[in-house]
Design a binder for this molecule. Structure first.
Ligand code: ARG
Ligand code: ZN
Length: 414
């Protein structure tokens, strides 16, 4: 059996580690397996698979509990054998990813038709150009508080915009981004909702105390790609010389302790860290804004898992001010949970998830000089996963808005 496993593992390595041509992303017959991890050794093993294969971990190999892994057709027999061998229990969460995506696409189109195309309404998901056009419209509609600046260009040439909301009175700043991982659609939707609340007046008073900076969709090419080509794309869209695989994981690409753990040096991995820190132009654009603005608070929105995390991601050690970050996170989550009862877990990202170096939160807290840095994994816990239905955008955004507001109020006064 030991030998067989070695052969299986070698099989994975050969099939996926150094592909000669682009590994197919065909989702026909692909399944999402929900695996119950009860042993730390299994966790380590999955973290290894995540960095050495093209298996797509929809949730991180987290502390003991359940993880969701998307396994394409040709990898299924192998992975199921591995699970059997390791005596791991699992259930089939999605039986056919292709069919599932087709159903969801149909629902998405229906929601778009219902929402019409007059303006953003948060009962549909909007593409990159629509978000940019909306940002521009804010500068025109709220000229006394809103400023939109073109701060960079993505690899494929899309304009990256920074929105500043300010009355000119504030001392402190909060910088918020979303959409670093392309398929996590609820993140840009939630961040744009915050903006709407602030300009529409539900944040009255906040703008006197805090300047707000927003970049709702910081992986423009990847995000656009999820609308037109591949709903499950995660990384950037820059090619990798010498490899058939495209893209870098933008949240493994930041320079602080880059590639020190939980990241891959293989371009075909979903957690490929890139050839060097800040190889991705989109992350350089965000970095350069953070260096100029030096916001006291840095927030980056992802999905899914319902986690409110602070650094470090690269080590299980905690930052000096972790207690401050922890208690503010607890308060924000309490405000969030009060709205619809949605439960979040709070902790450092290496303790709530697995170690992952090269994240923007670690960089913001250290090099960027922010006092509070959070990565928030929004709804849900895998029931719908990345395909969070349109009717859950508003509930998700409005509860998160309460957490966001609490942080802004705190920063404004302390
Ligand atoms: N799921 C997120 C990711 O994979 C978690 C990031 C947490 N932060 C970190 N520095 N590891 O990017
Ligand atoms: Zn993410």
């Amino acid at each position: 059996m030991k030998l067989k496993l070695a052969v299986l593992l070698a099989g994975i390595a050969l099939a996926t580690a150094v592909p000669l041509h682009e590994p197919s992303r065909d989702n026909h017959g692909a399944q999402v397996l929900r695996v119950k991890v009860t042993d730390l050794a299994d966790l380590t093993y999955f973290a290894y698979l995540q960095s050495r294969t093209t298996l797509d971990f929809w949730t991180e190999p987290r502390a003991l509990g359940e993880i969701d892994i998307m396994v394409r057709r040709w990898d299924l027999p192998m992975l199921k054998a591995v699970l059997l061998h390791r005596k791991l229990q699992y259930s089939i969460h999605i039986a056919d990813v292709h069919r599932h995506l087709a159903d969801m696409k149909e629902k998405h189109l229906q929601a778009r038709t219902r929402a019409g195309d007059a303006r953003m309404s948060w009962d549909a998901y909007y593409n990159y150009d629509e978000i940019n056009a909306w940002l521009d419209s804010l500068a025109a509609d709220y000229p006394s508080i809103a400023t939109v600046t073109d701060v960079g260009t993505s690899y494929e040439g899309r304009t990256m915009k920074l929105l500043k909301l300010s009355t000119g009175q504030a001392v402190h700043a909060i910088f918020t981004d979303g959409g670093m991982h392309a398929r996590e659609w609820i993140a840009p939707a939630t961040v744009t909702y915050f903006i709407q609340q602030l300009v529409a007046g539900d944040g009255v008073g906040l703008l006197d105390d805090v300047d707000f900076y927003f970049m709702p969709s910081i992986n423009p090419d990847g995000y656009a790609y999820t609308f037109t080509e591949d709903r499950l794309w995660r990384k950037t869209r820059s090619p990798n010389p010498g490899s058939p695989c495209v893209g870098t994981d933008p949240n493994r690409n930041w320079s602080f302790h880059w590639m020190e753990g939980g990241a891959s040096d293989m371009p075909c991995s979903e957690i490929y860290a890139g050839p060097e820190p800040f190889s991705e132009v989109e992350m350089r654009v965000v970095r350069d804004q953070l260096l100029v603005l030096r916001p006291r608070v840095y927030l980056t929105f992802h999905s899914y898992s319902q986690l409110w995390m602070y650094p470090w991601g690269y080590t299980t050690d905690l930052p000096d001010n972790w207690e401050d970050m922890h208690s503010l996170a607890i308060a924000a989550v309490a405000a969030l949970t009060a709205v619809h009862g949605t439960q979040y877990e709070v902790g450092s990202s290496s303790n709530t998830s697995y170690i992952a170096a090269g994240g923007s939160d670690d960089w913001a807290l250290s090099v960027g000089g922010s006092e509070y840095a959070y990565t928030i994994e929004l709804r849900d816990q895998g029931q719908y996963g990345f395909e969070l239905p349109e009717n859950l955008i508003i509930p998700t955004a409005e509860e998160t808005w309460e957490g966001f507001k609490l942080i802004a109020q705190f920063i404004g006064h302390y």
